[in-house]
Design a protein around this ligand. Structure first.
Ligand code: MG
Length: 377
C-alpha cells in the first residue's frame, strides 16, 4: 500500500520486514496491520488494569497504563503528521511501548528485577519486545505478533549491550551505537511528554502536589501566570487543565520546530541515513528540553516518591516478591500454559517463566492471587 511520507520517514516498501514473511494485507499497510495486531492482543487489554502512577483501585479518574498509552499515541501521531513521518508506525510503537509493564508500575518492575537479579534481571522495556515477539499466543503460523522490524526497533527503547547480543537484528544498534528511525525517536519523547503532563494532573487531583510546589517549575509557572492573568477567578480544576494543555502545546510545538531544523541541517534521505546520523534528531530545543527534564525530576522527587505513595509501593513489592518466591518453589501453582514450560526448563528458564507470568498480571489479579495463595498483606 502506498502512502507518501517524507523521504526520511520509515517506508514499508524498504522495510527490513517481518521475522516470518507473510503475504501483504489487502486494504491495509504493513504498519497499520502491526497497530491492529497490537490493539487486538491480550497484553494490550490488560493495560486498563495496570498502574501508571496510582494503583487502579485508588480512583477512577487517574490514568491507567492504557489511557497513558492512548495519550502517548495521540501526541506521537500529531507530531508525526506535522513532520511527514509514518503515522501508522508511530501509532503502533506508542500503543505497544508499555505492553511489558508489570502490575504496580515502577514498584512492580523494580521488585521483579530484584527477584530476577541472579537470572538475567527484568526490564519492562525488553519485556514489551518479548510480549510482541514471543509471549502473545494467537496466530497459527508464528509465535507473538510477528511485527515489522521498524515497529520492534521502536519498542526496544533501551537495552544493555549484554542483552542486545541476545536479540539479533533488533539489538544491533545498541552494539553499533546507531540511532533508531525517527518514528521510534518520536515515540520515546511522546511517552515522556505524556506522563510529565498527565502526572501533574493526577498528582494535583490526588492532593499530592500543590499549586505552590508546581509553580517552582518554570514550564508550569509561565503558563500559570498567563492563565491566571486571563481568568483570575477560574476554579482549580479548570485552571490546572488550561495550564497543562498550554504546557503540552509549548513542548510539542517546540519539538516540531526544533526537529524540523535538525532535519534540515542533517538532511537525511532515508531511514538508514537517520540511523547513521550519530545523534537523535527528534528533540526539543535546548531551553525547552531543560524545562522538560526539570519537570521530570520534580515529579520523581515530589510525586513518585511521595510518602503517601510509599505505603502502596511497599505493599506492591511484597506482593510481587512473595508471588515470585511461591511460584519458583512450586511451579504447579501457575496455570498449565506456564507450569508446563517451567517444569521442563532449567533454573534460568523456570525463573523467566515465572517472571513472564507475574509481569503479565494486572494489579487486581496480582492482589487476588496473592490473597488466595498467601493471605492478605
Ligand atoms: Mg510509558
Amino acid at each position: 500500500m502506498t502512502t507518501t511520507f517524507a523521504p526520511y520517514a520509515a517506508d514499508e516498501s524498504r522495510s527490513r520486514g517481518r521475522r516470518i514473511a507473510e503475504p501483504p494485507a489487502a486494504y491495509r499497510g504493513e504498519y497499520q496491520r502491526d497497530r491492529d495486531r497490537i490493539i487486538h492482543c491480550t497484553a494490550f487489554r490488560r493495560l486498563v488494569y495496570k498502574t501508571q502512577v496510582f494503583v487502579n483501585h485508588e480512583g477512577d479518574l487517574f490514568r491507567t497504563r492504557l489511557t497513558h498509552s492512548l495519550e502517548v499515541s495521540q501526541i506521537g501521531r500529531s507530531v508525526a503528521v506535522a513532520l511527514g513521518l509514518n503515522e501508522p508506525l508511530t501509532e503502533a510503537i506508542c500503543l505497544a511501548h508499555d505492553l511489558g509493564h508489570t502490575p504496580f508500575g515502577h514498584a512492580g518492575q523494580d521488585e521483579l528485577n530484584n527477584c530476577m537479579r541472579d537470572y538475567g534481571g527484568f526490564e519492562h522495556n525488553l519485556q514489551s519486545l518479548r510480549v510482541v515477539d514471543e509471549l502473545e499466543a494467537k496466530y497459527a503460523e508464528f509465535p507473538g505478533l510477528n511485527l515489522m522490524f521498524e515497529t520492534r526497533e521502536g519498542i526496544l527503547k533501551h537495552c544493555s549491550a549484554k542483552n542486545a547480543r541476545l536479540l539479533g537484528d533488533v539489538g544491533e544498534r545498541f552494539i553499533n551505537r546507531a540511532q533508531p528511525g525517527l518514528e521510534a525517536q518520536l515515540a520515546n519523547l511522546a511517552d515522556a511528554i505524556a506522563y510529565n503532563n498527565h502526572d501533574v494532573d493526577d498528582g494535583f487531583r490526588a492532593g499530592l502536589l500543590s499549586l505552590e510546589q508546581l509553580r517552582t517549575q518554570s514550564l508550569f509557572d509561565v503558563h500559570y501566570q498567563e492563565v491566571h492573568g486571563l481568568y483570575p477567578n477560574l476554579e482549580d480544576r479548570r485552571l490546572i487543565y488550561e495550564i497543562i494543555r498550554r504546557m503540552i502545546g509549548t513542548v510539542v510545538t517546540d519539538l516540531i520546530e526544533n526537529t524540523r531544523r535538525n532535519l534540515e541541517a542533517a538532511s537525511p534521505q532515508s531511514i538508514d541515513d537517520v540511523r547513521e546520523a550519530g545523534e537523535t534528531l527528534v528533540l526539543m530545543s535546548g531551553e525547552v528540553y531543560e524545562q522538560h527534564v526539570a519537570l521530570k525530576r520534580f515529579l520523581h522527587t515530589h510525586l513518585y516518591r511521595h510518602e503517601k505513595k510509599l505505603e502502596m509501593t511497599h505493599k506492591a513489592q511484597a506482593i510481587v516478591r512473595e508471588l515470585f518466591e511461591l511460584y519458583t518453589r512450586d511451579v504447579q501453582q501457575m496455570p498449565a500454559e506456564f507450569s508446563d514450560r517451567a517444569v521442563t526448563a532449567d533454573e534460568l528458564g523456570m525463573t523467566r517463566v515465572v517472571a513472564d507470568y507475574i509481569a503479565g498480571m494486572t494489579d487486581r489479579y496480582a492482589i487476588s492471587e496473592h490473597e488466595r495463595l498467601i493471605g492478605k498483606t
